[in-house]
Design a protein around this ligand. Structure first.
Ligand SMILES: NC(=O)c1ccc[n+]([C@@H]2O[C@H](COP(=O)([O-])OP(=O)(O)OC[C@H]3O[C@@H](n4cnc5c(N)ncnc54)[C@H](OP(=O)(O)O)[C@@H]3O)[C@@H](O)[C@H]2O)c1
Length: 333
């Protein structure tokens, strides 16, 4: 593993450093993935200093398949590097039938963690997340399950994902009170979708890290979509009725405008999308997906390149907002 070209950022106020670019295994690593290609992406990531691999119980397809594949590969080829890797898993979304197969209950979270550890062939994960806020379960119970996961040694750190700013604050208060401070919030954030913008500010105040998922808006933020929808893309695979396909159609003008700025910076659109996220000092890492080594290599070139001129940031903000440039906090980085 060569860590000399990958910058690492501190995760909130914790002692843990994460690479600017982390690899997520949500798609591309399930049973349908070509084994040699999936292995090559993981091997290249490790080689290039991507120390952080993001998984969840339900990643595949089918659910569980990504953990199975990653666990088998880790055991066979990379186990000597275990202490150089940060491996995350999550629970909360539908995983098995019946009342305990999803949600935020203690029953679901701790049973799911045990299942994940078996698939991953590990004694512990580094980060265990509550994958989503569950309005039907007391937050005390969900955070209590994360506390147990850490205190039992099955996870080193606790994280939350897809929580609002207010839910994050309450979750952090409960975890701190239990002596297991929350490490990180994982949320959706990219040039086209800013669902997490207020959360990014909130988590900075809470002293926890923020990692952004789907930084390329599932691939829309790349040249491949500039002239339409490529036949071998995720949007095409999901079909014309899917939200991703529909967004690919409606976001065409923004994608083309972002691409023009990327080119003028000497970057591809995918690289600028990552660089722009990394220009936020509050961001710890971006969790990308890559279907092949070429895509990963293109992404890795964005690491360490998060400088933007004030004019570039104003242009980007104008495209994001779909109107005139507004004064923006993105300019301050
Ligand atoms: N916490 C949560 O709720 C949550 C939710 C979603 C994701 N996540 C995490 O975030 C990770 C990343 O999500 P994501 O897969 O949506 O990330 P993404 O980086 O936005 O999209 C990845 C897709 O973009 C395309 N792509 C990647 N690099 C490219 C390049 N250089 N040029 C052209 N196209 C490129 C590929 O799609 P094609 O197949 O079209 O080529 C690839 O599969 C997940 O694996 C997971 O770990 C977490």
């Amino acid at each position: 593993m060569d860590t000399s070209t990958m910058p690492y950022r501190r995760c909130g106020h914790s002692g843990l450093l994460l690479p600017e670019i982390s690899l997520g295994l949500w798609q591309n690593f399930g049973d349908g993935a070509e084994p040699a290609q999936a292995r090559a992406v993981i091997a290249r990531a490790i080689d290039k200093g991507v120390t952080h691999f993001d998984l969840a119980n339900n990643y595949g397809p089918p659910p569980g398949a990504a953990e199975e594949r990653f666990g088998a590969l880790l055991e066979k080829e990379f186990f000597s590097l275990r202490d150089q890797l940060v491996i995350s898993s999550k629970a909360g979304h539908l995983m098995w039938p019946g009342p305990y197969g999803q949600g935020g209950s203690r029953k679901h979270l701790l049973a799911s963690l045990d299942q994940s550890l078996k698939r991953l062939r590990l004694d512990y994960v580094d980060i265990f997340y509550s994958h989503r806020f569950d309005p039907d379960t007391p937050l005390e119970e969900t955070m209590g399950a994360l506390e147990t996961a850490v205190k039992s040694g099955k996870a080193l750190y606790a994280g939350i994902s897809n929580y609002t700013a207010a839910q994050s604050a309450e979750a952090c208060r409960l975890l701190k009170g239990a002596g297991v401070p929350c490490l990180v919030h994982q949320g959706l954030f990219n040039l086209l979708q800013s669902r997490s913008e207020d959360v990014v500010d909130a988590v900075e105040n809470l002293g926890i890290g923020f990692v952004a998922f789907s930084p390329l808006a599932q691939g829309l933020l790349s040249e491949r979509y500039a002239g339409g929808i490529p036949a071998d893309s995720r949007a095409a695979r999901e079909g014309a009725d899917s939200p991703l396909y529909q967004r690919a159609l409606t976001e065409q003008p923004k994608i083309a405008a972002f691409e023009k700025i990327a080119r003028s910076r000497g970057q591809s659109l995918a690289q600028m999308a990552l660089s722009w996220l990394l220009h936020f000092p509050q961001l710890t890492s971006v969790i990308t997906g890559a279907r092949n080594v070429g895509q990963l290599d293109e992404q890795l070139a964005a690491a360490g390149n998060s400088q933007f001129s004030p004019q570039e940031l104003r242009q980007i903000e104008a495209i994001r907002l779909g109107g005139d440039p507004q004064p923006s906090r993105t300019v301050v980085a």
